[in-house]
Design a protein around this ligand. Structure first.
Ligand code: HEM
Length: 219
C-alpha cells in the first residue's frame, strides 16, 4: 500500500531522486570531526522547536517579559525543561559552530570548490552570534538589561556612525520597550529567516559538491 502510494507520488513529484541525492549519496570514509556540522544542524532544529514552544507563553513587553519567563519556568508543564534546552542549547550551538569552523580550517575544506560554502558559513556564524545577543535581553532581568546596555555601547564606539548604530539597536538613546520589541522581532523573525536561507544554500552545496576528504597515500 505504502509502496504504491510512494510510486504514485514519485511519478508525479519525482521525490525518490531527491531522497536518494540527500540520504543515499556516497560519502568518503571520514572521522568524527566531520560530524560537527550535523551536530550543529541538530541543535539548530532543537533551538527552532524549543523557541517556538517558548513563544506560546513569552510576552515581549517590559511589564510582562520577566513574569512570563518566571511563569514558564515554574508553572507551565515541562516549561523549565523546554527553557533549559533553549538556554543551554544556545551556548552549545555557539561552541559547536566554532568547532565545526575550526574543523573546516584545519582540513582546508574552505578551498576550491567550497568557497561559497565557507561564505555562507561566515553568514551562519554571524546569525548564531546574533541569536545569542538578541536572546540574552528577552528575560528582561537585571543581567539581561545591563548586558545589553554594555553590548549596545560597544558598536557605539565606531567613529562617525557609532551613535547612529546605538540608536538603531536601542530604538532610541536608552533601553526601553522599543528595544525589547526590536530584539524580539529580530530574534524570532529576521534571524530565523536568515538562518533558513543560509542553511539551505550551505547544505545544498555540501550535497552538490560532496564532502571533502583527506586524500589517501595510494590515491
Ligand atoms: C549554523 C551553523 C552551521 C551549520 C548548521 C552547518 C552545517 C554543516 C553541515 C551539516 C556540513 C556537512 C558536514 C560537515 O562537514 O561537518 C557542513 C559543511 C561545511 N561547512 Fe558548515 N555549518 C554551519 C556553520 C559553518 C561555518 C561557521 C563555517 C565556516 C565559516 C562553515 C563552513 C563549512 C564548509 C566549508 C563545509 C564543507 C566541508 C567539507 O566539504 O569538508 N559552516 N556544514
Amino acid at each position: 500500500m505504502t509502496t504504491r502510494m510512494g510510486n504514485w507520488l514519485d511519478e508525479r513529484l519525482g521525490w525518490r531522486s531527491v531522497w536518494n541525492a540527500i540520504f543515499l549519496r556516497k560519502i568518503p570514509k571520514v572521522n568524527w570531526f566531520y560530524a560537527l556540522g550535523s551536530a550543529t544542524l541538530f541543535l539548530a532544529v532543537l533551538q527552532i522547536v524549543t523557541g517556538i514552544l517558548l513563544t506560546i507563553y513569552y510576552v515581549p513587553t517590559p511589564d510582562h517579559a520577566y513574569d512570563s519567563v518566571q511563569f514558564i519556568t515554574t508553572q507551565v508543564p515541562a516549561g523549565w525543561f523546554i527553557r533549559g534546552l533553549h538556554h543551554y542549547g544556545a551556548s552549545a550551538m555557539v561552541i559547536l559552530t566554532v568547532l565545526h569552523m575550526i574543523r573546516v580550517i584545519v582540513y582546508g575544506a574552505y578551498k576550491f570548490p567550497r568557497e561559497v560554502t565557507w561564505f555562507t558559513g561566515i553568514g551562519l556564524l554571524l546569525v548564531v552570534v546574533g541569536f545569542g545577543f538578541t536572546g540574552y535581553l528577552l528575560p528582561w532581568d537585571q543581567k539581561a538589561f545591563w548586558a545589553t546596555t554594555v553590548g549596545t555601547r560597544i558598536p557605539a564606539t565606531t567613529p562617525l556612525i557609532g551613535d547612529t548604530i546605538l540608536r538603531i539597536m536601542r530604538g532610541g538613546s536608552d533601553l526601553s520597550a522599543v528595544t525589547l520589541a526590536r530584539f524580539f522581532g529580530v530574534h524570532v523573525w529576521v534571524l530565523p529567516a536568515a538562518l533558513l536561507i543560509l542553511l539551505g544554500i550551505h547544505i545544498y552545496l555540501v550535497i552538490r559538491i560532496g564532502i571533502s576528504a583527506v586524500p589517501r597515500r595510494d590515491e
